[in-house]
Structure formats: C-alpha cells, structure tokens
Design a protein around this ligand. Structure first.
Ligand code: BGC
Length: 269
C-alpha cells in the first residue's frame, strides 16, 4: 500500500468523535502517527477507543487532553508532542461545537463559548503549529512542505444559517484566518487550507438525520442525495496533507455532496 504520510506526526483536535475521529483514522491509515486530542476528562474513554481502533489496525499515536480555547493547555499539548515525537508535521484544526439559539435570546456565554473553541481555538493551535514548522523548516525526507494545516471549516463559511449566528460567524472567521495565514506563510513553505464539510453523519447534527423525516428533509439540501460520512472528510484530509496537493495553498475544499450548489435553484429562479 502506498502510504502518503509515512513517518509524519499529526495533531488532530477534537478527535474523540465525529469528523475528527474519522480524520485521525484516515491519516493513520496513510502512515501518520496521530495525536488524538480530546477536550475534557469525560471524553477520555472515547478518545482511547479511537486510539485502540487505530492501534488494532496497525497505527501509532497517543491521546492528549486539552481545551483548545486555553492558551496554556494548547502550548502544553504541542510541547508534549514535540518532546515525544521530535516535531509536528500536520495540524488538523478540527475541534468545534454548536450552541444554537434564536439570535434575540442568544446569551453572551453561548456566543463566547462557540467563538472560543471554533475560532480562538484554531488561532491558538495554528500559532503553535506554525512556530514548530518555522523552527524545523523543510525536511525533504518528511514532505516538500515545512508543515501543513487544515482548518475544519463548514459550508457555513459561505451559507448563512439562521439560528446559528455564533457558529456561522466562527466559520466565516476561519475563512479569513486560513487565507491570511496561507498568504503570510507560503513563503516559508507552509501550506494552509480549509476543508468545508456539508452534512456529515456525526453527533453534532444528530437531529438532522436520526429520523426518516429529518433525513428526507436534509436530503432536499444535498444534490448528491446522501449524507456524508467522516471517511469522506478523512479521504480529503489525506490528500490535502500529502505532497500530492503540494501546489494547493489558501483554498477552501468543499466536501458537501453539492450543498453549496444552491439546490433550491434546480427547478426555480
Ligand atoms: C454543521 C452541521 C450541519 C452542516 C450542514 C455543519 O457545519 O455542524 O450541524 O448539518 O454544517 O448544514
């Protein structure tokens, strides 16, 4: 088997469930050593289960508890990883959550919690990753790039989403964070891109797929007529981290079954 990420070290935030867990498994299958980040003690068992599955499949890595919205915890996670493995090659800036509310009743706490994890968390992790990439520079035995960051964004970096102003604002922020960092660090051979998932079957959107009625309604938004699975995102992440995409920088890759194709216009307008 052709292992595109052999010997590379990847930190995947929010990897105890959902898209993060799927990406960790895909990167591991591609040869990367994976750091399975999880946010709080309550998620430890889930993170260990992801790691156990990875090890059973022949992969390697460890788990790391860290709330990505906390500077000291993020710095410790990166320092521990560098101490254990020597460096970091890949950051999957994935940790994210929703606290949905009609806007007029959205609390400051709901706003700050979502922005803190989804946007500030991506800032803090990206900064530590870039510091390490700059320190090491390009090592051609590892990759053509000095490092790769994938920001996990969403179709909602372009699709407005009523009742989710905090979440949509965080994803819109990720778009310009990603592009600005890509512009700032391309010169240093650091590649920075986003993946924008559509509806992927995970706990974050359970209510959108766990009854036949909900799924039928969701599919009206997806021209390709199926809900996504974490492996769809994992496959994209492997490509975007590998040298196969070496000339791709500062791009949002939509993996959404056509959700951003304005399906309402298929027979209208
Ligand atoms: C959200 C999901 C939603 C999907 C498509 C994602 O970013 O987290 O809850 O199903 O976008 O709307």
């Amino acid at each position: 088997m052709d292992k595109k990420l052999q010997g590379q070290i990847a930190i995947i935030t929010g990897a105890s469930s959902g898209i993060g867990a799927g990406v960790a498994k895909s990167l591991s299958a591609a040869g990367a050593t994976v750091v399975i980040n999880y946010p709080v003690a309550a998620a430890k068992d889930a993170a260990e289960a992801v790691l156990a599955e990875i090890k059973t499949a022949g992969g390697a890595g460890n788990t790391s508890m860290c709330d990505v919205s906390k500077e000291d915890q993020v710095q410790k996670m990166f320092a521990d990883t560098v101490q254990q493995y020597g460096t970091v090659d890949i950051l999957i800036n994935n940790a994210g959550l929703q606290k949905d509310s009609p806007f007029e009743s959205m609390s400051l706490e709901q706003w700050n919690f979502v922005l803190g994890v989804n946007l500030t968390g991506q800032f803090l992790c990206a900064r530590e990753a870039i510091r390490e990439f700059l320190r090491r520079g390009v090592d051609p035995k590892r990759s053509r790039a000095a490092g790769k960051i994938i920001h996990m964004s969403s179709v909602h970096e372009v699709i407005p989403w009523a009742g989710h102003a905090n979440y949509a604002a965080s994803k819109g922020g990720i778009l310009m964070l990603m592009k600005t960092l890509a512009q700032e660090f391309a010169w240093k051979k650091i590649r920075i891109n986003s993946i924008c998932p559509g509806a992927i079957q995970t706990p974050i959107n359970r209510s959108a797929w766990d009854t036949p009625e909900a799924l039928k309604s969701l599919l009206t938004l997806i021209p390709y007529q199926r809900i996504g699975i974490p492996e769809d995102i994992g496959n994209a992440a492997v490509w975007l981290c590998s040298d196969d995409s070496d000339y791709v920088n500062g791009t949002s890759l939509f993996v959404d079954g056509g959700m951003t194709l304005y399906p309402g216009f298929t027979e209208n307008g």
